[in-house]
Ligand binder design. Structure first.
Ligand code: CA
Length: 226
């Protein structure tokens, strides 16, 4: 069970979200404007904020920046704009997750649960350490052996997800669902390609892996090589 602040001006969507989350046992506060939502996020110290981008008083992106000025609470952006550039901008501005409208109650609840799982693993420091590698989930930076590793968005998401499950083999199906948000087709080489890019940037190869290990027929594992 978690506590959630929902900021959404559309009455029907707000009611759907409240019903879904309250029905799943969460404590829910809801607000119809950006400023009221910001105030609620401060007053109630929720575990998660669900933030609509199109609000009547203040743009949701600005509300996000104001929340980030005072709090590290995980934020799920809800948007009708299925716009990749906008999403990247908001994820960079501190959003943790997004959900595209129209969403179902079950989908929103699944996003909240996934986010809570991630923040429970990450803890207050928001960084994960595996051997000599530190993955900072807030600044989306990776440090390896004292050097910054420059990754693109998906490479980072993949590495960060594997880092939350360090030492465990993560299946391709799970990576597709959690990192790419797509069902796994089977013949697709997307994950292999990203793993090979990651390996190059981490200075290792498939033949001589250090951190990234492919377990044939099962999945990918990130390990502490020491
Ligand atoms: Ca709206």
């Amino acid at each position: 069970m978690a506590s959630v602040v929902i900021v959404e001006d559309d009455y029907q969507i707000r009611e759907l979200a409240v019903r879904a989350l309250a029905g799943a046992g969460h404590v829910v506060w809801s607000e119809a404007t950006g400023m009221a939502g910001l105030q609620s996020a401060i007053d109630n110290s929720p575990d998660v904020v669900v933030l609509d981008l199109g609000l009547p008083d203040v743009d949701g992106g600005d509300v996000l920046r104001m929340i980030r000025g005072v709090s590290q609470v995980p934020v799920i952006i809800a948007t009708a704009r299925d716009d990749d550039d906008e999403m990247v901008r908001l994820l960079d501005a501190g959003a943790d997750e997004y959900v595209v409208k129209p969403y179902s109650g079950a989908e929103l609840e699944a996003r909240v649960r996934a986010l809570l799982r991630r923040s429970a693993v990450v803890g207050p420091s928001n960084s994960l350490t595996v051997g000599a590698m530190t993955v900072d989930l807030r600044s989306r930076t990776v440090d390896l052996d004292g050097h910054a590793v420059v990754l693109n968005r998906k490479e980072f998401d993949l590495l960060a997800y594997l880092a939350t499950r360090a030492g465990e083999v993560v299946s391709r199906q799970e990576l597709y669902a959690e990192v790419w948000r797509q069902p796994y087709g089977g013949a697709d080489k997307t994950i292999d390609v990203h793993v090979s890019w990651l390996r190059r940037k981490l200075g290792e190869t498939a033949a001589e892996p250090r951190y990234l290990h492919t377990v044939r027929g099962v999945g990918i594992k990130l390990v502490d090589p020491s």
